[in-house]
Structures are given as C-alpha cells and as structure tokens.
Design a protein around this ligand. Structure first.
Ligand code: DQA
Length: 156
C-alpha cells in the first residue's frame, strides 16, 4: 500500500505577494509564483506534499494555522512584518504545537532596528534569514529531514 506523504504548510505573510516587484534590491526579482513552482518541484523530489498560503491579513493567517492542526506535519513560515508585531500569530503557532522554521529573505539583523526582534523566533525550531530565496529551499530540506528522522525514530 502507498504510504501517505508528509505534509508541509508554507505560509507567507503580508506583502510577499509582491515579490518580484517589491524593493527588488532587498528581495530580488523572483516572483512568489516562480518561487512556489520551484519549491513544489523540490518538494516532489523529497516526496513531500507542499501546501502553501499567502495573506496580507493577520486573521487569515491565524485561521490557516488553526486548520493545520492534526493535518500538517511541519510548517515553514515567513511571517514578514507580522514577525515584529504579532503575538497573536505566536499564540496560534503555540496552540497547534506543530514544529516550524521561520524564514526571512533579507537579513533582518542588518536592517532597521525594529526588524531585529521576531515574536516567533524563540518558539521556532530555527530561523533562516539573509539567504534570499535559498532560505526557503534550505528550510524545506531541513523540514523533510526532520520528518524522516521522526518517522525512523517512531519505527524503532
Ligand atoms: C521579511 C523581513 C520583514 O522585516 C519584512 O517586513 C518583510 C519580509 C523578509 O523576508 O526578509 O516583509 O520577512
């Protein structure tokens, strides 16, 4: 019997729908659509089902996080500006208790001071920032490896 694929939810926060045209000297010229196409190919290679969502609204992201409970095995999130403001997104992630990696395209520590604090970092499994779009691919690889390790561990 074919085993169900592990499911990873990729969440992109506000203004990331504008990737490719938004502040290209910071975020580059890759569009969200192109990024997602490439990530889906990588997820296929890793035998992972990648589910993605982007919203500019905090409550929509919170509701998506709630619906992940018992369905999603791992989360990769670029909370964008909500990283620096949203205790509500932090609480939502704590409530569902699914491991996650926080990704930032830019190096948030090398920019305005207010970007150097994230409400999610200390509850994440890890943070990748400043590596451009590559950060998403490293996060996906790491998530896939951790899920595999967990499966192997469970079988023992
Ligand atoms: C960002 C960094 C945030 O400070 C900013 O508000 C974003 C994008 C990044 O990916 O570098 O919108 O999360």
């Amino acid at each position: 019997m074919k085993k169900n694929k592990m499911k990873i939810l990729l969440i992109n926060g506000p203004n990331l729908n504008l990737l490719g045209t938004r502040e290209t000297s910071i975020y580059g010229k890759t569009t969200l659509k192109n990024l997602l196409n490439d990530l889906r190919k990588e997820a296929d290679n890793l035998n992972i089902e990648l589910i993605d969502t982007q919203s500019n609204a905090e409550h929509v992201l919170i509701e998506k996080i709630h619906t992940a409970k018992d369905i999603i095995n791992y989360i990769i999130i670029n909370p964008a500006a909500f990283s620096h403001t949203s205790i509500a997104i932090r609480d939502a992630l704590m409530a569902i208790d699914i491991p996650f990696i926080e990704v930032h395209i830019s190096n948030i520590y090398a920019r305005e001071h207010f970007r150097s604090h994230s409400w999610l970092s200390d509850i994440s499994q890890g943070v990748i920032c400043g590596l451009g779009m590559d950060g998403y691919f490293w996060a996906l690889k790491t998530a896939a490896k951790r899920l595999l390790d967990m499966q192997i561990y469970k079988k023992k």
